[in-house]
Design a protein around this ligand. Structure first.
Ligand SMILES: O=CC(=O)O
Length: 331
């Protein structure tokens, strides 16, 4: 068995996969299923050794790393692991992985591919409907007993007919667009490049996209180019009736400027699943009933964990048998 101590000899034959910090999906599906008598998970966080000592001790046998969104895979860590040939992540976003260093070393990187695209897209639409129709805010109103004492709650705004700007038209962006089209919204987008065969209007400038939309949904990756791409200028272009939804990464938005815009009524509301310094959330947002907050959970449903398990296993097996990875980043 790859994850226990009951068969020491056999375990030594399994390829070693390093895990630096606990991975919540392993707890959900049961890590024995994932290891499945094929790998030995070396869990650095269970060792009493300091990390660098643990890594130095095991480095000759570590060829693969399995990691999740909150675990930085830095050049410093990779430097301690000269034999590593693959980083498999359970996340879609890869901003926690030093990709240039992986490229330089020829280390392959696999992410969660499109396993979570539908879940994230559902959640983005949920956040938007919640902000526009004030679902959470009116829920709070009823629970506090204010309906009986203060009367009706202010009405929300209709989703159908809204002009939606998708920032980042990858798998997730497409899934959001498809859903919102079905609600009667019109879609346009900004991406690194115009997508061939896509009929939605393309805006090369995110500011222009914002100026021509009622809603921006942030679906792109966090990179040096997209960090703080959504700033005061973009939010002002979105305008006083505008709503922003972020299911990408917090730092794609300049959070300070967004909070200021919300405080000053320069945009109408926000649905936010991600933040710049998670788990810290700007306190100003707590008092705003035009803002819906969630703790970076758009991506996960237990149903999708089974698909993720297959993908993670498939990527590790492919790597150890010299086959192409199933979801190699950059493909
Ligand atoms: O945010 C989560 C992910 O990138 O998978």
């Amino acid at each position: 068995m790859a994850v226990s101590t009951d068969c020491h000899k056999a375990q030594q034959d399994f390829p070693k996969v390093l895990i630096l910090k606990p991975i919540s999906f392993l707890a959900h599906v049961g890590e024995r299923h994932v290891a499945s008598n094929k790998f030995t998970f070396l869990k650095a966080y269970e060792s009493s050794l300091p990390l660098h000592q643990f890594l130095s001790t095991h480095s000759p046998s570590i060829k693969a790393i399995l990691s999740s969104v909150g675990t930085p895979i830095t050049a410093d860590i990779l430097q301690l692991l000269p034999e590593v040939g693959v980083v498999v992540t359970t996340s879609v976003g890869l901003n926690q992985v030093d990709l240039p260093e992986c490229r330089r070393r020829g280390i392959k990187v696999a992410n969660a591919g499109s396993v979570f695209s539908d879940d994230v897209a559902d959640f983005a639409v949920g956040l938007l409907i919640d902000v526009l129709r004030k679902v959470s805010a009116s829920d709070g109103y009823v629970r506090k007993g204010l309906w009986a004492t203060k009367g009706d709650y202010p009405l929300g705004s209709k989703l159908g007919g809204k002009r939606i700007g998708i920032v980042g038209l990858g798998n997730i962006g497409f899934a959001v667009a498809k859903r919102l089209e079905a609600f009667g919204c019109s879609i346009s987008y900004n991406s690194r490049k115009r997508k061939p065969h896509v009929s939605y209007p393309f805006y090369e400038s995110v500011c222009e996209l914002a100026a021509n939309c009622d809603v921006l949904v942030i679906c792109c990756e966090l990179t040096d180019q997209t960090r703080h791409m959504i700033n005061k200028e973009v939010l002002s272009a979105l305008g006083k009736e505008g709503v922003i939804v972020n299911i990408g990464r917090g730092a794609i938005i300049n959070e300070k400027e967004m909070v200021q815009c919300l405080v000053q009524g320069e945009i109408a509301g926000a649905g936010l699943d991600v933040f710049e310094n998670e788990p810290d959330v700007p306190v100003e947002l707590f008092a705003m009933d035009n803002v819906v907050l969630s703790p970076h959970i758009a991506v996960f449903t237990p149903e999708s964990f089974l698909d993720l398990m297959d993908l993670v296993m498939g990527n590790l097996e492919a790597f150890f048998s010299n086959k192409p990875l199933l979801s190699e980043y950059g493909d």
